[in-house]
Design a protein around this ligand. Structure first.
Ligand code: GLN
Length: 482
């Protein structure tokens, strides 16, 4: 009830939820009460969660925040959410996101942008009078004092899991599901001061998650701290016969990794992540992170991931290529929206023209182009080769004994809604993913941990990248930074 009240109050401003399932939440909570009373509670019994609108939830609004899926209520439940409900979690509702998870600011949603609960602040220096005899006989010795003034400008929470991040940061759920194809868990987590982990590709089943780029998509949690993220991931992860890319490996007790010392751990610092024009705040944060890990007994080593600079362009070929193929299914026949036309082809065209937003159309066009005869070899095949080289860079570093890699999570703190630069130039928006896409290209686990504030009082995150299926080391190290 406390969460439902908080949603009622804050959601009209934040726009984090696109559907609130209050009745279902109350029903599930009641069932949890009964189970707890009998001493049969699961690991998440009674814990209220928000679910990204990309996860199919049986009989409940599931639209990937796209107009083309209008009215779609699946008759099945995603494996990840099924796992959460089996452990006793309670669903509060469906969370806003970029349309089909394409974006880095949560401004491409059919339901409008999500607002970040954080605000910029300004530090003012107030000069005190040297002596001042007030009415109450107050005498000031003079000098200066500082005060913070809040700026009212609304900021983005990052994307595409902006609703997940914003709702966790604003206490509108205890934790949330999210997905990450090129940074959509880690970037919004960094911009809202929350923890987000993208596990190894194959750790969570993709069954029942609306597909964006199938070889990159992974589910994971956004949570308020590292321990919550560990508990949630444990419940979300599983092998699944319905997703042949899910991996049959026991899911460890991630929580047990928290608090273990990191003495002697080898932490790699990749020089290629020191990008041109990196803001001082980000560089300083990275140095702070290095110092914390060193103080905790880790060994810091300089490493090189030479193909890093090709990751972003290669990602923006591979992801749209897969998206253009995955999105072919929205034809006005099988799902959601249908705009009638004079014949079936006209109906397809009208439905897709009306149903998809600008960014999604841009991706479909890029994807179709790079897959077309004559261009396939020059772009798609080339990007796949680059992908292999990026993966190999990481393999070499881990083979040389590095346990974990530390980088900034994002190149900046949260930016303003409708940022002019980014609105006019999609490539500027894509640059937000510069530190995160490599991890998806290589299929590795990555976590973003809040590590401090910038000069304007906004949260910044550090990213840790680990060996395949070594999420435990991520949690263990993230706990030291947190
Ligand atoms: N911002 C990236 C994109 O738009 C990543 C999205 C994601 O991870 N879902 O493709």
């Amino acid at each position: 009830e406390a969460y439902l009240t908080a949603i009622d109050r804050a959601n009209p401003v934040l726009n984090a939820y696109v559907a609130v399932t209050a009745e279902k939440a109350r029903y599930m909570a009641k069932t949890s009460d009964t189970r707890l009373a009998k001493g049969e509670g699961g690991a998440l019994e009674g814990i209220p969660l928000g679910i990204k609108d990309l996860f199919a939830t049986e009989g409940i609004h599931t639209q990937a925040c796209s107009h083309v899926l209008d009215g779609f209520k699946p008759r099945y439940e995603s494996t990840v959410t099924s796992n959460l409900w089996a452990d006793g979690a309670v669903m509060l509702g469906k969370l806003n996101m970029d349309e089909f998870a394409m974006g880095s600011s949560n401004e491409t949603s059919y339901y409008g942008p999500v607002i970040n609960p954080w605000r910029r602040s300004r530090v003012d220096t107030v000069v005190m009078p040297t002596t001042h005899q007030g009415d109450g006989g107050f005498v000031s010795a003079g000098g200066t004092k500082t005060a913070r003034t809040l700026d009212n400008a609304q900021l983005v929470p990052g994307g595409s899991s902006g609703g997940s991040a914003s709702s966790v940061a604003a206490f509108l759920c205890a934790g949330a599901t999210a997905t990450d194809t090129g940074g959509s868990i880690r970037q919004p987590a960094a911009l809202t001061g929350t923890v987000g982990i993208k596990p190894t590709y194959g750790r969570c089943s993709r069954w029942g998650i609306v597909a964006f780029a199938s070889s990159l998509d992974q589910a994971g949690p956004i949570a308020r701290d590292v321990r919550d993220a560990a508990i949630l991931l444990k419940s979300m992860a599983s092998v699944d016969p319905k997703d042949t890319t899910s991996v049959d490996r026991p899911v460890p007790n991630y929580e047990a990794a928290i608090g273990k010392p990191i003495k002697g751990m080898k932490v790699g610092i990749p020089k290629e992540y020191r990008v041109d024009g990196m803001p001082e705040d980000i560089e300083a944060l990275w140095q702070k992170g290095i110092a914390w890990l060193k103080d905790a007994g880790a060994e810091i080593v300089d490493i090189s991931l030479p193909h890093t600079k090709y990751a972003l362009p290669a990602y923006y070929i591979v992801a749209p290529a897969e998206a253009s193929s995955n999105l072919a299914r929205y034809d006005g026949v099988r799902y959601g929206l249908r705009v009638l036309g004079k014949d079936i082809v006209d109906m397809y065209e009208k439905t897709r023209a009306a149903g998809f937003g600008r960014e999604v159309k841009r991706r479909i066009m890029i994807g179709t182009y790079v897959l077309s005869a004559g261009y396939y070899d020059a772009y798609y095949l080339q990007a796949q080769k680059v992908r292999t080289l990026i993966k190999r860079d990481f393999e070499n570093v881990f083979a040389a004994g590095v346990d974990i890699i530390l980088t900034p999570a994002t190149p900046s703190a949260a930016f303003g809604i409708a940022d002019e630069d980014m609105a006019s130039d999609p490539v500027k928006m894509y640059l937000n993913d510069i530190f995160t896409v490599t991890v998806n290209m290589a299929g590795l686990p990555g976590i973003s941990v809040p590590a401090g504030l910038d000069g304007k009082g906004l949260p910044l995150g550090l990213q840790l990248i680990g060996r395949p299926f070594d999420e435990e080391t991520l949690f263990q190290t993230a706990n030291v930074i947190e």
